[in-house]
Design a binder for this molecule. Sequence first.
Ligand SMILES: *Cc1c(COP(=O)(O)O)cnc(C)c1O
Length: 417
Amino acid sequence: MEPGKKKWRFRGNRELNSAAITVHGVMEMLMEKINKDDNRPIIPLARTDPSTFACFRTTPVAVDAVAEAVQSFEFNGYPNTVGVVSARRAIAEYLSHNLLYEISPENVYLTIGCTQAIEIIVSVLAYPGANILLPRPGYPHYETRADFSNLEVRHFDLLPEKAWEVDLDSVEALADRNTTAIFIINPGNPCGNVFTFQHLKKIAETARKLGIFVISDEVYAGQAFGSNPFVSMAEFATIVPVIILGSLSKQWVVPGWRFGWIVACDPNAILQQSGILECIKNYIDISANPPTFLQEALPQILEKTRSEFFSNILHVLREDAQICYDGIKEIGCLTCPHKPEGSMTVMVKLNLSLLEGISDDMDFCLKLAKEESVTVLPGFVVGLKNWLRITFAIDPSSLDDGLKRMKAFHERHAKKL
Ligand SMILES: *Cc1c(COP(=O)(O)O)cnc(C)c1O
């Protein structure tokens, strides 16, 4: 038979090709536009990974803990699936620190970054007919994973004019008897907001009323540098069951280490009785686990990192947020409804009517990359068309440079009056 006529029986899983928008996909399109002849450095305001900047370098405490674990030769074997007990206990203690109840180490699950934590929790909730409530704007990996698991998503709005608080009326209107959970991200990516104690309490009370539980993505835990202090949703677990997602990635600025966790805050054993915790354990049984030496190093990292490390990072983030907010004010086609007070990103609104020949947020970002070697994430990726998400967590002088280039771009494309 001619080779061309042979019928092969395999093909890829087409579910994976379904128009899923990913940050990575858009990033690639932006990077392709960068002009190779531009001698200026690329200013990366699209991706949230400040680890290459000296002012965001992780603490030697973390590096030493990992090095010691590797050099001991004792942690070259497979980890047990539920995770090294000392690591689970260290996370439980670390998160219990401000609470009126104790988180049980049994309710801590170690994951490969918060990314895998998201995959696990979404998969566990994806049973036929169920739906979940996600914030808009949000973090697109939730939508992508829910799509892939055929889990229905309903979006509630975050309100820019109310410091990006949750529109709780819309939450009540969206939920029905098949709704299982509401997800929040605090401190917020993409909005850079920090929820108040009162607002978190209201979210908990709303969830209780609806008979659903709360999943709180706290990868930016502690990274609040405005007037609202960071409060963990774990504080409200006596009102409603809470699952916290976290990782080392943003707090310790080591996203390449791929280490995260799922923590069930379940003082009334409601999650346990629902069977959800057993599902999480079963999912982890059929998954890869984080490296043994990282699990082993974790207690040292959590216990020994000095508060100066975190306050230095906060100091740079606060300065960056100010530079970003002031810089945006100088750019006529952009408005920032709420000055960032947490996390590493902020949402700004694009006023297309002031620009000539720019059709939408994607077009803006592609042309900005091409002409100014600045990458910014188009808002549609995070759920808000014709907005932009700016990651301000970079070296302050580079951020200043990037905003000046955006201003020059605006002036070149501004509609002549
Ligand atoms: C970065 C980020 C994640 C992913 O965290 P990793 O630990 O790097 O996998 C999850 N959620 C939000 C909101 C993030 O910003």
